[in-house]
Design a protein around this ligand. Structure first.
Ligand SMILES: C[S@@+](CC[C@H](N)C(=O)[O-])C[C@H]1O[C@@H](n2cnc3c(N)ncnc32)[C@H](O)[C@@H]1O
Ligand code: SF4
Length: 461
């Protein structure tokens, strides 16, 4: 009897790093020229509502698995940072480009945005509202680490206008959580979700990580069931990345932590999660996101589906304004100096060359699982096949995409490898930039670590 052979995987590795923007910022800024490169001297060319992101790069507890750049909490630093952030808001708000622009979303992320005191959050949101115009139904998200909120704080946050929260739950399972250095236990996560509901915050989203040490398919199903039982409406599923400079990386190398699955286990858990979420009525709306049908996630829609500007504010924030994509400086002192000089506090950025714009539409659009033909034609005046014929054929033959009258969309296998497929549309030049950026970010973490006055990112405080 011949054994049935599993089909070969379409990729030998799986890209876990999200498509956030395209092309990635790479050029060193010519500061006096940035404002004119962005076109800040004239009103925005499109009237559609824009998205706004504010980065709060501080954490109370530095989770052992987390590679993101952040600083250990320090009240004085946070106070100063908010002064600088409000100055950056003022600087953009004073430009003709943003003076009359409307925003459809504000996303406060981190680090840990919920580390701010309720009064600080209310002041920040109020300041943004006093400088910019927000749509009456604007989505205002606060990213929360469960250990930083209580019932009263969530009530005050809701009063400040926050109508969507995203909790970094990671897992509800205490044994799995302990092995991965998740800050809170499952009961704490359940409790804060209940408090957010009681505060009247309707849209509750959580992050779950899969392929954590020792995690099985049953754990993943159980995490999803716990989330839905608690009243969560949207779930973001991240595959674990074990990144250099994290405590988890060291623990794995020193064999203190075991049980992180290879690619086939990771893929099995991804399939289990998608299937289980589907059975529970949540549809996949992007490579990482699953939502109940009545839920829209406006912030992602604005940026990735409607290709509206994303005004990224704060140290380390990324944004795209008028086809100029940038990342802000992460170092707090430099961030302050640049905002004090009235300059956009950018570390790297450039205008997207015309030749790269259709690639941006494909790469960003496929993060949301599909690119509508009508959108592509409206943006570029040609059909996707006219520019990407051979690539579309190759990806179709490999069962990664479907191309039809509606447009281009990921197949189930393509969705599993969503970022690999999206990044197949990157130009060679941008692939090389991505590679260099990843290497330099890995190096820069050492610099950031030294700036932490003795505390270290990626480890417990
Ligand atoms: C930058 S964090 C900000 C969220 C917030 N600080 C919190 O923890 O609640 C966003 C999410 O990234 C995910 N994340 C962090 N480190 C990760 C890793 N090594 N692999 C996969 N996902 C990770 C977690 O799910 C986390 O909630
Ligand atoms: S996952 Fe932990 S360390 Fe990373 S940003 Fe969130 S709270 Fe901070």
């Amino acid at each position: 009897m011949t054994a049935t052979k599993e089909p070969a995987l379409p990729f030998t590795a799986r890209d876990r790093y999200p498509v956030m923007c395209y092309p990635m910022p790479w050029a060193s800024p010519d500061y006096p020229a940035i404002a004119s490169q962005m076109g800040l001297g004239s009103p925005a060319p499109t009237p559609g509502p824009k998205a706004m992101y504010m980065h709060i790069p501080f954490c109370q507890y530095l989770c052992g698995f987390c590679p993101f750049v952040k600083y250990k909490q320090d009240p004085e630093r946070i106070r100063q940072y908010l002064v600088d952030l409000k100055r950056e808001i003022d600087n953009y708000g004073a430009t003709p480009y943003f003076r009359d622009a409307a925003f459809g979303s504000l996303y406060m992320g981190g680090g840990t945005a919920s580390i701010l005191e309720p009064e600080q959050l209310a002041d920040l949101v109020g300041h943004a509202r006093s400088v910019f115009t927000f749509a009456p139904d604007a989505e205002i998200t606060l990213e929360c680490s469960p250990i930083t909120v209580d019932e009263d704080k969530l009530r005050q946050v809701a009063q400040a206008g926050v109508n969507r929260v995203s909790f970094g739950v990671q897992t509800f399972d205490d044994e799995v959580g302990r092995a991965s250095d998740v800050a809170q236990d499952g009961d704490t996560s359940r409790r804060v979700i209940g408090w957010a509901q009681a505060a009247g915050i309707d849209h509750i989203s959580i992050d779950l990580i899969y392929n954590l040490p020792g995690q099985t398919a049953e754990h993943v199903r159980s995490d999803i069931d716990s989330a839905l039982a608690a009243g969560v409406k949207q779930v973001t599923m991240f595959p674990l990345s074990v990144m250099p400079h994290t405590k988890l990386f060291r623990d794995v190398n020193e064999r203190k932590v075991a049980g992180i699955g290879e690619l086939d286990h990771e893929l099995e858990l991804a399939r289990v999660a998608a299937e289980h979420l589907g059975e529970r009525g949540l549809a996949q709306t992007s490579v990482p996101d699953f939502s109940l049908p009545e839920v829209t996630y406006r912030h992602a829609q604005l940026h990735f589906t409607e290709f509206e500007d994303l005004l990224g504010l704060g140290a380390g924030a990324m944004g795209t304004v008028n086809e100029y994509t940038y990342v802000n400086v992460a170092e707090l002192k430099r961030y302050r100096e640049l905002t004090e000089q009235g300059l956009p506090p950018i570390n790297a950025g450039q205008q997207t060359p015309e030749s790269e714009r259709p690639r941006a539409t494909m790469a960003m659009g496929l993060r949301m699982l599909e690119v509508k033909r009508s959108t592509f034609v409206a943006r570029h005046g040609v059909q996707p096949e006219d520019l990407f014929g051979p690539l579309l054929t190759e990806l179709t033959d490999r069962d990664l995409i479907v191309v039809d009258d509606d447009g281009v969309r990921l197949t189930p296998t393509g969705t599993l490898f969503g970022y690999d497929v999206a990044k197949a549309f990157y130009s060679d030049q941008i692939k090389a930039v991505g590679q260099k950026l990843a290497e330099s970010l890995a190096r820069k973490r050492d610099v950031i670590d030294l700036e932490l006055n003795g505390s270290h990112s990626g480890g417990t405080a």
